[in-house]
Ligand binder design. Structure first.
Ligand SMILES: [Zn+2]
Length: 96
């Protein structure tokens, strides 16, 4: 099995998604491919629930669409983070 580098994990994120249920509309976090998702403020890291921002591919052979942690602290403490230090934990300021 190919081990994913931390940065590659950020090709997915979670988006607050509306579901129709018997008791009405309910919102739940859904894991999605960043590439297939429109930019939204209601997105969070799939691993630490930290706030993320969208980055879109700039050129043909450039970095694929992905999200990045807004907070350096989240990035250091999340297994998907660019600056991951090795100990994963949930964001101190999770997007709920
Ligand atoms: Zn994270």
């Amino acid at each position: 099995m190919k081990i994913k580098k931390p940065d590659e994990r950020m090709y997915v994120c979670e988006v607050d998604t509306a579901y129709q249920t018997n008791s009405g509309i309910e919102y739940r976090w859904k894991k999605v491919d960043v590439e297939l998702t429109a930019n939204t403020d209601r997105a969070r890291c799939a691993y630490c629930a930290g706030s993320v921002k969208f980055h879109r591919k700039q050129k043909a052979n450039g970095t694929a669409d992905h999200v990045e942690h807004r907070s350096r602290q989240d990035s250091e403490n999340c297994m998907g983070g660019h600056y991951f230090k090795g100990e994963h934990r949930r964001s101190q300021n999770p997007v709920e």
